[in-house]
Design a protein around this ligand. Structure first.
Ligand code: ZN
Length: 149
């Protein structure tokens, strides 16, 4: 289901110059809005989010220029030491709150979680979330992994 009015496509391509794992393409607008430093992004290249939890690279581009996690405004939830671990960056809802809703408030779907937390009450993912996309995917993943246990 699509909550933020956008089609969710997740293309994997191009590997991180530091950890060599493939990342996910991210809109330049997203990278720009999350930078803490004034840094002109390169033109005519794509930026990617590094998905390795051990890597301190947040974004990299096709010319292997990197932006470190220390250079962006928000902790990236899946990186080691991310604190707090936001799942919904727009409404500042943490992984802990989502897990609590699933485990203690019997939430079985993303819709249930939305009803029982503040998740997705505000949706401006393109400028707030490190992926630039709606967090329903992460909520779904949490529901799945907790139900498998
Ligand atoms: Zn990396």
């Amino acid at each position: 289901m699509d909550y933020c009015g956008e089609k969710q496509t997740y293309k994997k391509a191009h590997v991180c110059p530091k950890c060599n794992l493939s990342g996910e393409k991210v809109n330049e607008k997203t990278v720009n809005s999350l930078l803490t430093i004034k840094k002109a992004l390169q033109e005519n290249t794509n930026y990617y989010l590094c998905f390795s939890k051990d890597c301190d690279v947040a974004y990299y581009n096709e010319d292997d220029n990197i932006i470190l996690i220390s250079e962006i405004k928000v902790p990236i939830w899946f990186k080691n030491d991310a604190n707090p671990k936001y799942i919904c960056y727009c409404s500042k809802v943490t992984e802990e709150e989502i897990v609590d809703a699933i485990v203690n408030k019997n939430c079985k779907t993303v819709k249930d979680v939305v009803k029982n937390t503040n998740a997705m009450k505000i949706s401006n993912c393109a400028i707030n979330s490190p992926t630039g996309k709606c967090c329903s995917r992460q909520i779904n993943d949490l529901i799945k992994s907790l139900n498998e246990q």
